[in-house]
Ligand binder design. Structure first.
Ligand code: MN
Length: 130
């Protein structure tokens, strides 16, 4: 069965690009354009991986990651943060929120695919926040 990736991204062009990349990899994508929809889809579908934009219109990507990692039934799901600006301290905040890896926008497609494939093949150990 095809693995399912939840894409939480409010920019329609990025969403389209990410879904095309995933489809090209033989993966199924679920789309959420805001954080709350992302959390709902995560608990309804238990995806194999989450691609998470950090700048969302409702709640921040950091909050989404914290909610996922605080949920015992979801915290095993690896999260790849996708973020435009990584300034000093951002990486620490992103990783502390429970994201497993981060990728900078604009994404380099080959690198993006490599990170997705590697994360699916070797999921990081769940970092459950306490
Ligand atoms: Mn955004």
């Amino acid at each position: 069965m095809s693995k399912t990736i939840l894409v939480v991204e409010d920019n329609a062009m990025n969403m389209k690009l990410f879904c095309e990349i995933l489809e090209g990899m033989g993966l199924t994508s679920l789309c959420a354009a805001d954080g709350k929809t992302g959390l709902t889809l995560a608990s309804d579908h238990r995806p194999d991986l989450i691609l998470l934009d950090m700048q969302l219109p409702d709640i921040s990507g950091l909050d989404v990651a914290q909610s996922i990692k605080a949920n015992g039934e979801l915290k095993h799901i690896p999260i790849i943060a996708v973020t435009a600006s990584v300034m000093k301290g951002d990486e620490e905040r992103i990783m502390a929120s429970g994201c497993d890896i981060y990728v900078s926008k604009p994404v380099q497609i080959a690198e993006f695919m490599r990170v997705i494939r590697q994360t699916l093949d070797n999921p990081p150990i769940a970092k459950g926040l306490t």
